[in-house]
Design a protein around this ligand. Structure first.
Ligand code: NI
Length: 139
């Protein structure tokens, strides 16, 4: 992280009041920290839009393991992405449902592809790709 710079922001009183209410409800201790997080969020969004940037994230999947062929299909898809899936955790939620969390790293387009293939598999109840960052450019 380089030197900290200060800059002024002009905005309407109404917008500032709404912003202050929002960040208070989210437990921010200062406007600066809230604004830093908004900027980071925009930069992460941009990294994922680039397509070929190296990104990291998680994919969570919830499914009923009794669904016919589902487990083997999900495993087969995951074996097509051994470079991108760097970790996986399987949690048995109850007698029927499972939660699987995959940590993924690689080009954004490839990570979206694996997420889409898993989500669209018949029998998957819910799937979510959480887009994060390597943190290399964002501090
Ligand atoms: Ni299970």
């Amino acid at each position: 992280m380089g030197e900290t710079k200060r800059f002024g922001v002009s905005l309407s009183e109404q917008l500032l009041n709404e912003f202050d209410k929002l960040i208070e409800s989210q437990n921010y201790s200062s406007r600066s920290e809230a604004i830093r997080d908004l900027i980071r969020e925009a930069l992460v969004h941009s990294e994922w839009k680039e397509g070929n940037e190296r990104c990291v994230g998680t994919i969570s999947l919830v499914y009923n393991h009794h669904t016919r062929e589902l487990l083997s299909q999900l495993t087969s898809i995951q074996h097509d992405y051994t470079d991108e899936i760097i970790s996986s955790t399987h949690i048995h939620l109850d007698a029927h449902n499972c939660l699987e969390v995959l940590a993924v790293s690689g080009p954004a387009d490839k990570l979206k592809e694996v997420s889409n293939r898993l989500r669209s598999t018949k029998g998957v109840i819910h799937a979510k790709l959480s887009m994060s960052t390597t943190g290399e450019k964002i501090t």
